[in-house]
Design a protein around this ligand. Structure first.
Ligand SMILES: NC(=O)c1ccc[n+]([C@@H]2O[C@H](COP(=O)([O-])OP(=O)(O)OC[C@H]3O[C@@H](n4cnc5c(N)ncnc54)[C@H](OP(=O)(O)O)[C@@H]3O)[C@@H](O)[C@H]2O)c1
Length: 377
């Protein structure tokens, strides 16, 4: 029997897959988008090479990983009847990590997040019907808490249907949680809500650069239109993946919802920029919060340019609300249950910044080794 995992070619999903394989001896059924079996394996290798060398990856592929080539937005993932049946009969739990994070596209969030999650739920219900579903885990986001200001939000106080959401991403993720609770009332379930997932505390390398670009953009400014004492809830991806894998395989969890965040220990902008400045032997930025409005207008204007600055500005535009709301997400549940805490961002932010600048925001992927074989469904 295997864990069905979606999103394994993505940033967090690849960390979760690697953790489940290496630390928990798990077998995995993976949903991967690809035109043919070899492309599926290559795409998985791209995601997992941050964690595994090729022989280890290939060994897992042969022994404990089964790839199902499919898409969340197709009925039964677009799998043939035989393959779908095989998926149902070899799955005993689900981790749904895939999503559209395209905050600007109502359509993409609607299709991937809502219709896609409903497909995953349908699979979970079928598995439950035939032989029981051990656990359904869903990777949500703290963004379900909607528009906030100067708060410490606990898991039980997050969802407020009368509150406005920041964007289509947050809105659809909020409804995904609702669907799961409504449609799987009897099944053990865990909802994981990561905060801003940025970097791996164990290494400088990353394969995802969206938030990193926004961070590098801000880190390069001599004047920041922010309040220096505002806290920003950033969490390391290795903590997030470890929490998801460990709690998913646990027989019984203490809660059904967990913030995977830095919580009250989140650092302030001042703490973050001072540590970066010290690492580079430079002066820190000046904070002028009253410039927030003109800054936002400039970011909006620059975001239409097709240059590196334009791309940084476009990302800033999307992430700005998450940086200025001075809200953190209480993590007492997860840190108490795991006995581990996230690593403060200032401890690993400089290597991440340096790696990203040096590689011009691209990961130097290693090509699929020619001697590999294997097949995908
Ligand atoms: N990154 C963060 O800071 C953050 C914070 C809070 C919560 N989260 C949550 O964490 C989860 C993973 O995020 P991430 O940062 O790892 O995102 P990501 O790197 O963009 O990965 C998204 C994954 O979803 C898959 N996917 C998207 N559309 C699909 C479709 N139609 N059919 C099948 N698979 C599809 C992607 O497959 P392809 O490779 O084929 O595109 C990829 O594997 C999401 O649920 C997100 O809401 C992320």
């Amino acid at each position: 029997m295997a864990i069905f995992l979606t999103g394994s070619t993505g940033y967090i999903g690849a960390h979760v897959a690697a953790n489940l394989l290496s630390e928990h001896g798990a077998s995995l059924n993976l949903l991967v988008r690809a035109r043919d079996p070899h492309e599926a394996e290559e795409r998985l290798w791209r995601g997992l090479q941050l964690h595994l060398d090729f022989p280890a990856f290939y060994e897992y592929l042969q022994t404990r990983v089964r790839i199902f080539r499919g898409d969340l937005t197709s009925e039964r993932f677009g799998l043939s009847t035989d393959n779908y049946d095989r998926l149902v009969h070899t799955t005993d739990s689900v981790i749904h990590c895939a999503a559209s994070l395209n905050r600007k596209s109502e359509k993409s969030c609607m299709n991937v997040n809502l219709r896609g999650t409903l497909e995953v739920l349908n699979l979970g219900m079928r598995v439950n019907h035939y032989h029981g579903l051990r656990r359904f885990s869903h990777v949500s986001t703290v963004a379900v808490a909607g528009q906030r200001q100067d708060e410490v939000v606990t898991e039980d106080n997050s969802i407020d249907w009368n509150r406005s959401d920041y964007d289509p991403y947050a809105r659809t993720k909020k409804f995904c949680e609702h669907m799961i609770r409504q449609l799987l009332p009897e099944v053990p379930k865990t909802i994981f809500r990561p905060s801003i997932v940025l970097g791996d505390s164990r290494r400088a390398e990353t394969t995802q650069f969206d938030m990193v670009r926004a961070f590098v953009f801000l880190a390069g400014l001599p004047v920041l239109p922010l309040r220096s004492k505002d806290r920003v809830d950033i969490v390391n991806v290795d903590f997030v993946a470890d929490a998801i894998a460990t709690l998913h395989v646990k027989e019984k969890t203490q809660f059904d919802t967990y913030h995977l965040s830095s919580g009250r220990e989140s650092q302030t902008f001042r703490q973050l920029t001072e540590s970066l400045a010290a690492a580079q032997d430079k002066r820190g930025p000046i904070y002028l919060p009253f410039l927030q409005r003109p800054f936002t207008s400039s970011v909006n204007a620059l975001s239409n340019r097709k240059s590196a600055i334009g791309r940084g500005a476009a990302l800033m535009k999307v992430f700005m609300p998450y940086l200025t709301f001075n809200t953190v997400f209480d993590n007492t549940r997860v840190t108490t249950e795991l006995g581990r805490r996230p690593v403060p961002f200032s401890q690993y932010s400089y290597p991440l910044l340096k790696f990203s600048r040096e590689t011009n925001f691209t990961y130097p992927y290693r090509e699929w080794s020619a001697q590999a074989g294997g097949s995908a469904a």
